[in-house]
Write a new protein. Sequence first.
Length: 685
Amino acid sequence: MLSVPEKILFVIAVLVALYYGGWRFYQVYRAIRRGQPENRFDHLAARLGRGLWAALTQQTVFKKRPWVSLLHAFVFYGFIYYLLLNVLDVIEGLFPVVLRGGAWNGINLTGDLLTALILLGMIGLVIRRRSRSGQHTFSWNPKTPLHEKVRSGIPRDSAIVATFILFHVGSRLLHRSAQSAELGNDPFQPVAGALGSLLAPLDLNTIAVIEHLFWWGAIGSILVFLPYFAHSKHIHLFLAPLNLAFKKEKPGALRPMDFEKAEETGLGVAKLEDFAWPRLLDAYSCIQCNRCQEVCPAYTTGKALSPAAMLISERYELNDLLPAFASGQPSPRPLMEFATNEESIWACTTCNACIEVCPVGNEQMLHIIDIRRERVMMQGEFPAQLNNAFRGLERNGNPWNLGQDKRMGWAEGLPFEVQTVEQNPSAEVLYWVGCAPSYDPRAQKTARAFAELLSESGVSWAVLGKQEKCTGDAARRAGNEYLFAQLAEENVAVLNAWQGQSPAGAKPKTIVTTCPHCFHTLANEYRDFGGTYTVKHHSQYITELLEAHKLQPLPMSPEGHPSVVYHDPCYLGRHNGVTQEPREVLGAAGLKLLEPSRHGKNSFCCGAGGAQFWKEEEPGTERVSANRYRELKGTGASTIAVGCPFCMAMMNVETAQEPEGSAPQVLDLAELVLQGIRKGDAKAG
């Protein structure tokens, strides 16, 4: 189809496009390599397979916005198939062949239908972006810190990408339509054939010109766009599968720091080059969809933090600096000047919602923790209210800053003695009480209720007593990694000594805790400090006791079946996937479960995580806990069931604001089961 001069021109254009496009991609690769080392290359084949499968199935995209995700799927699958179609079109242009009929029918039919779907998808996405809801989705709180080029850059980049896709796919459709008009209708290209019938009345020379022109339009647009590709958000098509592949096995779990390298590298992150390389890959993988912003408790309640804005700002700075940054030059300004600010980084509750919802596998929360580490350990700049918690952890091993001699105060008044591991070294279950149940009066009721259930079940259990210290969760999430490491090492030494007392051949001992934060830290993060344990949340362990008939509560109310709404704690449901067992516990207690719209892994935070419990909440339109409480109360349930002492405290803050008698009661799962046990005892008596 192409003349000899055109073929020469085409080859030159391909070489130029590949040179400039390839060089830009290489610079992106070098920029990502500027990040600090982090091992994400274990089980590489399995990782790459997982990333490819997640991308091809679009399973992460369909987590939210189903109709928009469907439109995106049209474009995505069409793009994948167009990699083949564009090669075939080039063959037709360079050689005197027409790939129709026979074995080509299936390929042409699929390509024809996908062409229509791509155009449908893109038109739908463009309309959606321009709509009122789209404008709201792609906007930011006026307080949200943003790179100075973001507000104008995103609409421009989106317009360029959309124009390219529409022009490229539209040109190919017109090329195929003209070919159909010239060669006769092809039943295996119905869309192109229908359009080609409109061109049929034209003379063959005109049709040939149209076919020729739009071949160049389809293929030439790729060559024009290729040098811009790596600069645009379209690069996520290649980097998102890699990002999904290199994502942590346990998203949200933090890795320890190498304090020995602190003198040469510093602690935490102040500039782009301080990030580990997966963080820089996050910035380049971001599709700028703002889904993480939609689910962020801080942003939802009017605060400055937007995890999307932070990554997008990092990306724009990287684009501005790319040649110099990729060559190893230091970035000229810290992240706090263009990507975030103090108000934003301290608003994060570390709930993991941003990571859970991200369709391309970004780990936004980890960016914030890295920045907090630098602010706390290098600059000594953090909310003043955290001072008391840090001081308490350093001096007394708990953020309440109360003496270790009061650690067993929660057990006072129980009708049995709570044994420590010294008194019962062969105990098969260690109840890790945690700081809140040890020192907070309301949480102490949960600890006593669970202790009664353990006693009722007949299992052999014990506590660490005064040997137990805070797991350090709040210190770590607040950025005080050094303090966390100290606590972790001390606790691991105690736990390993307890675990080592098991006789040979005995079944593994189990740690059970009523606090999801303790559960997460003990189960996932102490491994890096030499502590590998079997850890269960009390909802899981109670479920096991119920299934073994070691606990047999009677239904609360055979006639009325009191209703209950369960609030999924972030560090239990989203961080660790424990959502079913708490509901089984409530079912065994004979309660009617009502679900809020946000539940399970899509639950909404109570506002206490990320060390928020120990400081004042950043200014916004409302408290995070108020937003969640309103939703829970709106179900009409008479009881809010919780599985976390901090969720308990935050919900009680809200019920205290209600007129007397109008608020639902807030009870832990253990308390609800214990009510059924006591009812059974009373009936038996």
